[in-house]
Every structure is written in C-alpha cells, then in structure tokens.
Design a protein around this ligand. Structure first.
Ligand code: ZN
Length: 307
C-alpha cells in the first residue's frame, strides 16, 4: 500500500479547515472552504461530504492511500454514535455524520467535538507534547475545554467533561447563555471582556485583544477590566485543577493571542490562589486554528487502532 493519509475536516460556523494528514501528524495538503451555514444543515452536510470526497480523490491522485476520515464539529456531539446532535451556528440536529461519511467515502470515519479534538492535537502534537495530563482551554466567543490523559481525550459519561466555561465562579454574576449567572464564560470570554469594555468606555468596536493591549499601556479602565477577567479565569482554572490535577494547562482560542499579557497575570493569579494543590504549568497553544483539523485526524487514526 502507498503512504496512508487521513481525510480531516474541522467544520466551523463560517469556514471549514480541511487537510490530508499523515499518521505522524504532518500535513500533506491543506484546503479551506466556506461552511455555507446559511443554506441550512442539509446543504452543510452535503458540502462536508463533497469536500471530504474531493480530499480522498486528491490523496489518490497524489499516489497516497486515504485510510480514514475524521470530522470535527461544534456544539453537542455524540462521539460514540457519530452524531452531530446540536449546533447553534451550523444548525445540526441529530445528523449521523459519521455513517454518512463512511457511506459516501467508503472509509472508516470518526466524528469529534471541535474543542475536544483540538485538545487532543495540542496534547500530542502541540504545547502539551510529552505531558501525561493536559487541560486545553479555548477562550474565544465562549470558553470550552478538553482534558487529555496519556494521549487520549477524556469525554466523560455524556461527552461533557471539561466544559469549564460553565463553572459558576461568581454566583449572581453576569448572565450566561446557558441560563445561569456568573459562569466563567460570562465573566472571562473574549466576548464578555469586549462587551464590558464597550459598555463602560463607549467604544463599541474594542475587542478583548484591544483591552489587553490598552491594559498593557496602563489605560485605567482597560486595566481594571482585564485584571477582573484574569482573576475570573484563574478562579476557573483553580477549580479545574482541584478536579483534574493536570501537569499543564494549554490556553488557546482568540484570547490566547494576547500572549504574555494573558499568560503572565494568569500564572501569577493561579499561583497566588493555590493552597495545597500543585500549580500547573500554564502555556500558550502552539497549533493555532489547525488544532481541530489535526485532532480530527488523530481521532480517526485512534478509531482505526493504528496509534
Ligand atoms: Zn454558563
């Protein structure tokens, strides 16, 4: 058999990152496509299958053998049964995406949750390489996480382990999309930080990244909002550490682009807040927005048993 590759797709609300990935995690070929979410879930599903089929054909044309397909999607995902259960931004409602992919491509397939497979990739190929207990936290519009132990994702009994965005850190605090108040996500996501600054400063276009930069330049309001978010984040990480006792926390998502403006104060706040637990190392993600795509390939390979 010629060199094996995995057809890998990471489906987001607006775009799909797609690749042919070798078993060692290196990329043979990359493509990006629009998701076309506005056309509805059936059109999105057809789009995913057509792109996956095109990638498999591309692999064969390049003299490679596609051996499996891995697809990552946002929202609620039933990884065991390969079903995209629910997604706000893609519109999925109980789409049996794994079986549809297998039927269309004639290949074994795996379906994963975008952040949890991103965690898998960061733990095995990125900032968590060589570490046994890794918590990946993606901070963007929301806050999501994934726990990886000895190179395998820990999904929990219902696929919801690592959802640290909905740990209540400030009871009675800001309203969260989940219906509770004071969730970590409502207090410290990039969206929450940007919104609070916009409310208080009157600058509707400021992003969380701007808040971080302005805080670093000693702007008083930005500094106050940033420090507040850092403390909220540290609180959430301390709770996660009490539960998981990881060796390293990998911070990813849009907010991680703030770099040391985020890492240094979060490390300090976590270190100060630790009592008898051991402080985890806190580092920045390395794979950027390719983590989901690489992770979906790893998941497919794991399902093949070729790890
Ligand atoms: Zn919540």
């Amino acid at each position: 058999m010629s060199e094996p590759v995995v057809v890998a797709l990471d489906v987001g609300g607006t775009g799909m990152k797609c690749a042919l990935v070798r078993p060692d995690g290196t990329v043979h070929h990359e493509e990006r496509h629009p998701t076309l979410a506005a056309r509805g879930p059936e059109a999105v599903t057809e789009n995913i299958l057509a792109v996956a089929e095109g990638l498999a054909a591309r692999a064969r044309a390049d003299g490679l053998t596609p051996v499996a397909a891995g697809i990552a999607v946002p929202g609620v995902v039933d990884e065991v049964n390969g079903i995209a259960v629910w997604s706000a931004n893609v519109g999925f409602r109980d789409v049996p995406l794994r079986d549809l992919t297998t039927q269309r491509l004639g290949l074994p397939a795996a379906l994963g949750h975008d952040v949890r497979v991103g965690a898998l990739a960061e733990a095995r190929l990125g900032a968590g390489r060589g570490r046994r207990h890794v918590l990946f936290v993606a901070i963007g519009t929301g806050i999501a996480g994934g726990l990886v132990v000895d190179g395998a994702g820990y999904p929990g009994a219902h696929g919801a382990a690592g959802e640290i965005g909905h740990i209540v850190i400030r009871p009675g605090g800001r309203e969260c999309g989940c219906g509770l108040r004071g969730c970590l996500e409502a207090e410290a996501s990039a969206k929450a930080i940007g919104r609070r600054y916009a409310e208080l400063s009157g600058d509707p276009d400021a992003t969380a990244f701007d808040v971080a930069s302005r805080a670093a330049q000693n702007e008083e309001l930005a500094g106050r909002i940033w420090q507040d978010a850092v403390e909220a984040l540290a609180q959430g990480l301390l709770t996660a550490q009490a539960l998981y006792d990881v060796g390293v926390v990998v911070l990813g998502g849009g907010l991680a682009e703030a770099g040391d403006n985020l890492l240094l104060p979060v490390r300090e706040a976590v270190t100060q807040g630790v009592t008898f637990h051991r402080t985890p190392e806190i580092v920045r993600a390395e794979l950027g927005d390719t983590a989901g795509c690489l992770g979906s390939a790893l998941l497919a390979l794991d399902h093949l048993g070729t790890r």
